[in-house]
Design a protein around this ligand. Structure first.
Ligand code: NAD
Length: 258
């Protein structure tokens, strides 16, 4: 393989959950540019369709599918429909998540269960369905989008989200161990603060207290961009990372070492 081709996804099929906006959209576009056939999966079908259409207009291959990752039936159907459309799924990016914030003492079980059902159960369900297929097709690569908040508390009112992303890290390590022998790699990208519409809305909804991901705490200075996360996801998904599994790659301008 030519050296630069190791960073491409030609002939591979990929599912990106939450691909209808923000980081997921950029990952879907970047993977399509790298040669992948991309399933843009989102609870918001109109948003997913817009992304798939723009990928196709740019000469790539993409289809939009509706799926709520917290719903077992919908996740099973997503993988069946994706396989029917594009054959074996070689790459999965678990990106869909929600991030409402609430002061810890106001968190009720409904809030806890809703957030964990999308961020943690959703990741588990997609991992399980992807791994089933990858085991029988001879391998694959999975990238979980976690967060620096899985490692540090970072902001107030975020305990439930932080716990969900710590769970994503644990699923990353344990599935990497369990399925390495099946040639299935599982890694995580831990974004720092990336100004997406979703992140802005979550932060605006509540008064933030205490330390935040401010520029003063980021050694490389300033916030990152969705493309920074997509580039890391592409590397981990691609054959260039063929000997890497079970890793947490922070893409945070150095925030975690500050
Ligand atoms: P976003 O809100 O802009 O996009 C999330 C997408 O997921 C949306 O298209 C939404 O419709 C979809 N989605 C939500 N619930 C879903 C469900 N149940 N099933 C399927 N799709 C669903 O968010 P973003 O900022 O692009 O974040 C993407 C990922 O990056 C998330 O995992 C988030 O936790 C992580 N992250 C983001 C930041 C940041 O600062 N933006 C920082 C760290 C980690």
């Amino acid at each position: 393989m030519a050296k630069q081709n190791a960073f491409r996804l030609d002939e591979l099929s990929a599912i990106v959950t939450g691909g209808g906006s923000g980081i997921g959209r950029c990952i879907a576009e970047t993977f399509a540019e790298a040669g992948a056939r991309v399933i843009v999966a989102d609870i918001d079908l109109a948003a997913a369709r817009a992304v798939a259409e723009s990928i196709e207009a740019a000469g790539g291959q993409a289809r939009a599918l509706a799926a709520d990752v917290s719903c077992e039936v919908e996740v099973i159907r997503l993988f069946e429909d994706a396989t029917a459309a594009y054959g074996n799924i070689d790459v999965l990016v678990n990106n869909a998540a929600i991030f409402p914030k609430k002061p810890f003492l106001e968190v009720d079980t409904e809030f806890w269960d809703r957030l964990q059902s999308v961020n943690l159960r959703g990741t588990f369900l997609c991992l399980r369905e992807a791994i089933k297929g990858m085991k029988s097709s001879g391998g694959g690569s999975i990238v979980n989008i976690s967060s620096v908040s899985s490692m540090q508390a970072v902001v107030h009112h975020n305990a439930v989200y932080n716990a969900s992303k710590a769970g994503v890290n644990s699923l990353t390590r344990t599935t990497a161990l369990e399925f390495g022998g099946d040639r299935i790699r599982v890694n995580a990208v831990l974004p720092g603060g990336i100004p997406t519409a979703g992140a802005r809305a979550a932060s605006a909804a509540i008064e933030l207290k205490g330390p935040i991901l401010g520029e003063g705490r980021i050694p490389l200075g300033g916030m990152g961009d969705v493309q920074d996360i997509a580039n890391a996801a592409l590397f981990l998904a691609s054959p260039a990372a063929r000997y890497i599994t079970g890793q947490m790659l922070a893409v945070d301008g150095g925030f975690l070492v500050s």
